[in-house]
Design a protein around this ligand. Structure first.
Ligand SMILES: [Zn+2]
Length: 449
């Protein structure tokens, strides 16, 4: 009886040992447009190695949806996905979130400096297997061992070491930051004083709005590049900054710095993507390009739109300021050459078709901030919607509102026209966010914040 039990155990063991060895490594699912060459480049391998690992005879014969084993990443598992890095994330916090060794993740993404990942960076993530879904940062005490810290946290010391990429170490350096499971809603490397920071969208674009939502017990200020964020308290422990990214901002990295009221700082580069704007040549009366005319006007508008009303007056998305919005004479962001100049100008609004009898409609609730005649802009109206959001209506033949008036969505505030620097009657519609003009179309499509 005892002998047969041992035999059964042996045969089970033998069966397991003899099962065909499953090749180790992560899997990438082929997408439309991929080639073995492009995949090999992403993962730092070669077409030959990829073909061999996947027993592919014809390297051109791959298809979308096909699962490819990526050689050279033994120890990594699961399916690889691309996602942008979020603000506050470092290689350590990502390793923890995805339950993968830090050095492997770094190698997979060819990270040279683990502390300088940028927000919006395309990052290859293995599908999370047993990672810590949420985390907290813990500062180790003097003379604390991994074993002591893990038993204090009630967790396996290997899991703690693995998640932090410090396998094989028994002692922590005093003051060393370690990630452990916790109840913070976001897994980031942001010091706890900052709370949770959420950027929407997670990748910023020239001429578009960036929403920075802050959930912190502390008062936080910040800046994006040279621009100070206009942070507004929106509730108990909640704050928000809406910031337009300038349409001429160089695509690339810009620092997003946050400062807690006691002076503690956190800074991480943010990726600004190209807005893909076109070009156009225009002829206009020369006096409308004269800095003697344009500069005082620009300063006047800047002084109006830089004021921040702490109440949010608008609701939902913006309506178009005209009943006709199927086609447009000119889009926001277009690089412009006036009278043969270089493309040093750009279009700060969206142009809508109309004649001098076409009504101009308020897109949302707001308070009229400015309504007067200007040389370049003609008859203008600027509406304050609160939280640093303004809309502007240029070249009108007539304005029907005055500063201080409250306007309702759909209310006729004036008539289109051809006053100021124009080539014909139309409405030039602007949306300003945090003192910067942004594409009005995005405000008709998406709700901010
Ligand atoms: Zn225009």
């Amino acid at each position: 009886m005892r002998i047969s039990a041992i035999l059964i155990a042996l045969s089970l063991w033998g069966g397991l040992a003899l099962a065909p060895a499953k090749q180790d490594g992560p899997v990438y699912v082929v997408e439309a447009g991929d080639s073995l060459f492009s995949i090999a480049q992403i993962f730092g391998t070669t077409v030959e190695e990829l073909a061999e690992a996947n027993q592919i005879e014809d390297p051109s014969a791959i298809f979308p949806g096909q699962a490819l084993l990526i050689p050279g990443y033994e120890g990594l598992g699961g399916t690889l996905e691309f996602n942008p890095v979020r603000y506050g994330e470092t290689l350590s916090s990502l390793a923890l979130r995805y339950g993968q060794p830090k050095d492997q993740l770094g190698r997979l993404n060819r990270v040279l400096n683990p502390q300088r990942l940028y927000s919006g960076q395309p990052f290859v993530f293995p599908e999370r297997i047993g990672g810590m879904p949420t985390s907290q940062r813990i500062t180790s005490l003097h003379g604390q061992s991994m074993f002591e810290l893990s038993s204090e946290l009630g967790m396996d010391s290997w899991v703690l070491a693995h998640g932090n990429g410090i396998e094989g170490r028994r002692w922590l350096v005093p003051g060393e930051l370690v990630y452990a499971p916790g109840d913070q809603s976001a897994t980031t490397a942001l010091p706890p004083e900052f709370g949770t920071v959420t950027l929407t969208p997670d990748r910023a674009t020239q001429g578009r709005t960036l929403s920075v939502q802050l959930e912190s017990p502390n008062e936080i200020t910040g800046r994006l590049g040279d621009r100070q964020l206009k942070v507004i308290a929106t509730g108990e422990g909640l704050a928000l900054a809406l910031q337009g990214v300038h349409a001429l901002e160089e695509p690339g990295l810009v620092e997003l710095e946050l400062v807690v009221d006691d002076g503690m700082r956190y800074s991480q580069p943010l990726l600004i993507r190209d807005g893909g704007y076109g070009q156009e040549y225009l002829q206009v009366p020369p006096e409308t390009l004269d800095p003697a005319n344009t500069e005082p006007e620009d300063q006047l508008i800047a002084s109006v739109v830089s004021q921040v009303t702490p109440e949010k007056l608008w609701e939902g998305t913006f309506a178009y300021p005209s009943t006709y919005f199927e086609t447009f004479p000119s889009f926001f962001g277009t690089r412009r050459s006036y009278n043969g100049s270089d493309f040093i100008y750009y279009h700060t609004g969206l142009d809508l078709f109309g004649s001098s009898s076409t009504p101009v409609l308020a897109p949302a609730i707001g308070r009229v901030a400015l309504s007067e005649f200007l040389t370049v802009r003609g008859n203008v109206t600027y509406i304050d919607h609160g939280w640093g959001v303004y809309t502007g209506y240029l070249h009108q033949s007539e304005s029907l509102v005055k500063p201080g008036d409250i306007v309702e969505p759909g209310q006729t505030i004036g008539y289109m026209g051809g006053t100021g620097r124009v080539t014909g009657p139309h409405l030039h519609w602007e949306v300003w966010v945090g003192g910067v003009p942004v594409d009005p179309v995005e405000w008709t499509l998406a709700e901010f914040p």
